[in-house]
Each structure stands twice: as structure tokens, then as C-alpha cells.
Write a protein that binds this ligand. Structure first.
Ligand code: LLP
Length: 426
């Protein structure tokens, strides 16, 4: 279990500690559900990326967990941010991410978003459609990448595969060549190419194939576009995280070192000038750093073989099991050294079958126990909802025995504040 937990996790006398603090104390102080983020783990991942590619721009994939304190922490490590909406852009600017380290995405950018990127002085805007060329120019954008779809199918859930033929993202090769030509004719500086094949990748093969494909594509551009070659190559994000024992993603350092080596090899094979690399990791920076703490409520036997352990959250704070069939592990934070008493199904409190974990071995759970779900830092809080009028959880950053709230818990008053005519006189 420790391999799934953050670097600072320890089990002392059967009690889970995170960042030097007992999980039980965190839950008592900040309530549940609670997203606990281990600073040490996020920093270690950021540093692993920087070490493996010291010259590259590492732009945090903000969508994994858009949080100002986290963006600030990562910016201090020299990272930038990949943002894909005006909201994410605002978060990154608020965090003080230097504008030249911003990469602006979006498959359907509004004019307001294009203007926002231009006004912020974002280093790179990634063109995702031919019609964006003129709109980007009109908005005052100067420097762009062109996103291209390689046709390579990453081995991951189809909803998070993004570079196959027919993807809504980017431009197929022929259109991408046209896009570069049009953008240059319109006076934009086309700095290079972008590709992102998908997310939660557990092996390196698809990324390696993509790099080879991209080098061949860059060579084609040189031929068809008067010698134009990319100064910048952005390979997106995608490295997966281990949520359960049988998922074995490569370590970030190895994944990146292989990408750098593949890029150098493929580029020299085609005799292309060496580009500057950009990477956009999201999940692999924050996924393992996060542990969600839930309070156990009803424990109910449904059939001979199924007993439900119900928690005080569910699909509103983690919709991934239902969206992607994502699997998670769990432990009882205060009885982590007790032997399992059986297999349980963990379900949420929502008005549908929101099974969070189909099957997990636990010591016999009781009302009031604290259930910890590891590897929940990415795409949980960021995809949370208020389904069943449930306020969203808080997030705390822990390190060296100290905890800091980096996102406060929503209240029912927050929710009611959005309701027009909600006051008694209305
Ligand atoms: N760059 C681009 C252009 C992206 O679209 C994404 C993720 C990333 C970088 C970061 O990818 P990462 O390193 O996190 O894999 N909600 C889904 C994941 C959606 C990913 C969307 N794009 C999930 O919960 O699995």
C-alpha cells in the first residue's frame, strides 16, 4: 500500500500519517471528505521532470488540479503552466506563473480567451483549428504552436485518448501543414509543433512512436514549407499514475529521459535542428501526492458476497470510476495494521449506484472509521460537482508536520448564494 501513497506517508501504530500529521487529526480539524496533498511528493515529481530534461519547459497541466497555491509552488521550481480556459489562465496568473512559461490550449477557444492569452503575454498559444489562425492574429497573439494529430492510438481509456484519427483535437497532418503555412502568411510566428496522445499512459511505446512520427512530419514540413522546421516541440503530458497494485507506470525520470533520447535520435536521423522541448505533465505531478479521506457511515450487507461500506462523498468528489472505470485502493487510516476481514465495496452517498471501489480488502469497517483513498490528487477535485447539492471538499497541503488549507470547503451558503430568489422574501 505504501507504494501507492505519497512519499511522506507513514504508518505508525496502525495509524496513517501524511506529511508528519496523523490522518485522523487532519480529518478532525478540516472535516471530510478531505483531499490531503503531500508537498514533498509534488515537489519530487516536479524535480524529477526538471532533472531529466533540464533545458525543457515543464508546463504543469493545470486541469489535473487547478489550485493557486499549488501553481505557485510549482512555479517556484521553475515550472510553467498549460492552461486551457480563461479560468485556468487566471489561476496561473494569480499564482505568479511567469507569462513566458504559459502554454495556452483549447479546442474551442473563445475570442475572450484568445485576447486574454495575448494580454497576459502568454509564451505560446497552441492552434487547434484552421479558423483559429485569423482569430488569433486579430486577438493580438504573436507566437504559436500547431497541434497535430498523429493517428497513433495510445493504450488508455478511449475518453482520454487524443491523437487518434478522428480526434476532436488538433489537425491531421495535411491540415497541419496548411495551418502552419496560413499562420505564417498571417504574420504569426509559428514556433513549432504540439502533440498530446492521451492520458494515464502506463508504458512508453506510444510516446516513442509519436516522437518518430513527429520527426518525419517535421521533415515533411521542411520540404513543403520552404525549409520551415520547428524550434519548439511540445509533447504534451500523459504519464500515468499507479492507483492500484497492478498498474505499473514508468517513473517520471525514466519516462522523460527516454523521450529526450528518442527525440534526439529521431531528430538527428532526419537531420533536423535540435528543438526546445516542452512537456505538460498533469497527473504525474499531483496524482500520487493526493489522498482523499472519507468518513465511513452505513456498512450494509447486500448479498452473500457484497457488503457496502458507504462514505460521506462519492461521485461528486471523484467521478473517475464511473467515467473511466478507474480503479482505486483504500485503507482504514486508523487500523492500517489490522489484517483484512473480507472484501468490501466502497460506495458514495449519491442517489445512484456510485461505487467508488468495486472490491477492496479491509479490516471489518465500522461507522466512524476513516477511509483513505490513495492516488487521488489528479482529476478528482478538478472534476468535482455539486451533485445532490453536496458542497465540494477542502484541500490541505501537508509538509513536515504542518498543514495549510489551499482550498476551503464549500458551504451550503456558497451553494445557496448562487440561487436567485433563495432568500425567504424571494
Ligand atoms: N496537455 C494537454 C494538451 C492535455 O489535454 C492534457 C490532459 C495534459 C497535457 C495533461 O495530461 P496528464 O499528464 O495529466 O495525463 N479527466 C481525465 C484526464 C483528462 C486529460 C485531459 N488532458 C482523467 O480523469 O483521467
Amino acid at each position: 500500500m505504501l507504494e501507492l501513497l505519497p512519499a511522506s506517508a507513514a504508518i505508525e501504530d496502525g495509524r496513517l500519517h501524511l506529511g508528519g500529521i496523523a490522518a485522523a487529526s487532519l480529518a478532525a480539524e478540516y472535516g471530510t471528505p478531505l483531499l490531503v496533498l503531500c508537498e514533498q511528493t509534488a515537489l519530487a515529481q516536479a524535480r524529477a521532470y526538471r532533472r531529466a530534461a533540464p533545458e525543457a519547459l515543464i508546463a504543469y497541466g493545470t486541469k489535473a488540479l487547478p489550485n493557486v497555491a499549488l501553481l505557485r509552488l510549482l512555479a517556484r521550481e521553475g515550472l510553467g503552466a498549460d492552461v486551457s480556459t480563461l479560468g485556468e489562465l487566471r489561476f496561473a496568473l494569480q499564482a505568479g506563473v511567469p507569462p513566458e512559461r504559459l502554454v495556452v490550449h483549447g479546442n474551442n477557444k473563445s475570442d475572450e480567451e484568445l485576447r486574454g492569452a495575448a494580454e497576459a503575454g502568454a509564451g505560446l498559444l497552441v492552434l487547434d483549428a484552421l479558423e483559429e489562425v485569423d482569430r488569433a492574429r486579430a486577438a493580438g497573439i504573436g507566437r504559436v504552436l500547431v497541434r497535430v494529430t498523429s493517428g497513433i492510438e495510445a493504450d488508455t481509456h478511449e475518453a482520454i485518448r487524443t491523437s487518434q484519427h478522428g480526434s476532436k483535437f488538433g489537425l491531421p497532418a495535411d491540415e497541419a501543414v496548411e495551418g502552419i503555412a496560413r499562420a505564417r502568411a498571417a504574420g504569426l510566428e509559428v514556433a513549432g509543433l504540439h502533440v498530446h496522445i492521451g492520458s494515464q499512459l502506463l508504458e512508453t511505446q506510444a510516446a516513442a512512436t509519436t516522437v518518430e512520427w513527429l520527426a518525419a512530419f517535421a521533415a515533411r514540413c521542411r520540404l513543403e514549407l520552404d525549409g520551415w522546421t520547428p524550434d519548439v516541440v511540445d509533447l504534451g503530458g500523459g504519464l500515468g499514475v499507479r492507483h492500484v497494485d497492478d498498474e505499473r507506470p514508468p517513473a517520471a525520470e525514466r519516462f522523460v529521459a527516454e523521450l529526450v533520447r528518442d527525440l534526439e535520435r529521431a531528430w538527428s536521423l532526419h537531420d533536423l535542428p535540435r528543438p526546445r522541448l516542452v512537456l505538460e505533465p498533469g497527473r504525474s505531478l499531483v496524482g500520487r501526492a493526493g489522498v482523499t479521506l472519507y468518513r465511513v457511515g452505513v456498512v450494509k450487507r447486500a448479498t452473500e458476497s457484497v457488503t457496502y461500506v458507504t462514505v460521506d462523498g462519492g461521485m461528486s468528489d471523484n467521478p473517475r470510476p464511473q467515467l473511466y472505470g478507474a480503479r482505486y485502493a483504500a485503507l482504514l487510516a486508523d487500523r492500517a495494521d489490522e489484517p483484512p476481514a473480507g472484501r468490501y465495496s466502497v460506495a458514495g452517498k449519491h442517489c445512484e449506484a456510485d461505487t467508488l471501489i468495486a472490491e477492496v480488502e479491509l479490516p471489518a469497517p465500522r461507522r466512524g472509521d476513516l477511509l483513505a483513498v490513495p492516488a487521488t490528487g489528479a482529476y478528482t477535485l478538478s472534476m468535482s460537482s455539486n451533485y445532490n447539492a453536496l458542497p465540494r471538499p477542502a484541500a490541505v497541503l501537508v509538509a513536515d508536520g504542518a498543514a495549510r488549507v489551499i482550498r476551503r470547503r464549500e458551504t451550503l451558503d456558497d451553494l445557496l448564494a448562487l440561487e436567485v430568489g433563495a432568500d425567504a422574501s424571494g
